[in-house]
Design a protein around this ligand. Structure first.
Ligand code: NAD
Length: 339
């Protein structure tokens, strides 16, 4: 049983504490830290865990009583704790994005390369979703041939906050497709163009321009389009359709009961990512705990390298949003550690 220390006890930090407390075997909630001390204390009492509340992230990481660390703090607070974990040799599962910038994420890659081993698993949870895993298996089987095209939807009923901004769409929302599509296609991206569509009059966030459309080109010339619409009003709707040389494969809709009533057949749609991807979060934690217990290191995917190249693509997307042009993406040579 691994003693797990949690940094960040906000929305998803609390979800993760609860899943380790109640659902996923192999770990025990042993410590918590949040810059808002009350948030850490509240998590301990709400989920009735026997965990120490630490006064700083470093105090938690450095404590021998903590075996592994989970970073679920704000995007701009991931870098320092992750670097500290690598420095003292502790495995860490961090929420996405790895950091705010490719420059910061490169420091994490360089630290792992210098240490000669991996310590970091990045929370690109879709790689653990049963539907996406099935897509990956079908693509790898060669059943539909080489991939030519893909279209994806990332729809939320409403933005998480009224202060959600145009740029936040990239690192907070679109980053999931950036990672998972790169994984499904199994090749690097070459260029990206972002377009902003007609404003939804129901969009409550004044500084949020969307819907956005991403057009991504891979190195071999395949094209991926992603519609990002976070004011769709009707629910959380994730879709992905892959077009191969000899067939098409699409993500199944989540299994929901069908209701026949009043001359209609209806099926529920998940209200948020929490419900839609619950199984994937459980699976990513299971993979992390099992891998640490069996091999001493994190699961094979997603790596700090995956987090780093997602940042590079995210920066190209931001440049495209700002300059209204197609932007080339240059992914550096992958170090042997990640091959
Ligand atoms: N994988 C997913 O599907 C998914 C979904 C939601 C959020 N996230 C990611 O999880 C992270 C947290 O998001 P959230 O929605 O829980 O946000 P949140 O704002 O609800 O919570 C963030 C917490 O971090 C704390 N915090 C801020 N600075 C800190 C620091 N320096 N040290 C420790 N704690 C600090 C805040 O006090 C807050 O409690 C973000 O990186 C976000 O991108 C991932």
């Amino acid at each position: 049983m691994l003693n797990v220390g949690f940094i960040g006890c906000g929305s998803i930090g609390r979800d993760h504490i609860e899943r380790v407390r109640n659902t996923v075997a192999g770990g025990r909630v042993a410590g918590v830290f949040d810059v808002v001390d009350e948030a850490a204390r509240k998590a301990v009492s709400d989920f009735e865990v026997d965990a120490k509340v630490y006064g700083s992230a470093q105090e938690l990481i450095d404590d021998d009583a903590i075996d592994v660390v989970v970073v679920a703090s704000r995007n701009d607070a991931h870098l320092e704790p992750i670097l500290r974990c690598i420095e003292i040799g502790k495995n860490v599962l961090t929420e996405k994005p790895l950091t705010k910038t490719s420059e910061e994420s490169r420091k994490i890659v360089d630290a792992e390369v210098a240490a000669g081993r991996r310590f970091v698993q990045v929370g690109f949870n879709r790689r653990y979703d049963p539907g996406y895993r099935r897509l990956k298996a079908i693509v790898e089987s060669g059943e539909i041939g080489s991939l030519l095209l893909s279209n994806c939807r990332h729809y939320n009923a409403a933005p998480a906050t009224s202060y959600y901004k145009t740029d936040d769409v990239i690192l907070d929302t679109f980053i999931h497709e950036i990672d998972v599509m790169q994984w499904l296609f199994g090749e690097n991206y070459a260029a990206i163009e972002m377009k902003i569509g007609k404003r939804n009059s129901l969009n409550p966030a004044p500084d949020l321009d969307e819907p956005q459309l991403a057009i991504v080109e891979t190195e071999s010339g395949a094209i991926i389009t992603v519609e990002i619409n976070i004011n769709c009003q009707y629910g959380y709707d994730i879709q992905c359709r892959l077009v191969g040389e000899s067939g098409i494969v699409a993500l199944p809709d989540p299994a929901m009961p069908e209701i026949r009533k009043n001359l209609a057949i209806t099926r529920e749609i998940d209200p948020s990512w929490t419900a839609r991807f619950e199984e994937s979060y459980n699976e990513e934690f299971k993979a992390f705990f099992q891998s640490v217990a069996r091999t001493g290191g994190p699961a094979a995917i997603p790596t700090a390298w995956d987090g780093y190249i997602a940042n590079i693509t995210g920066e190209a997307a931001l440049a495209s949003l700002h300059d209204k042009r197609r932007v080339e993406i240059n992914i550096p040579e992958k170090p042997d550690l990640y091959k």
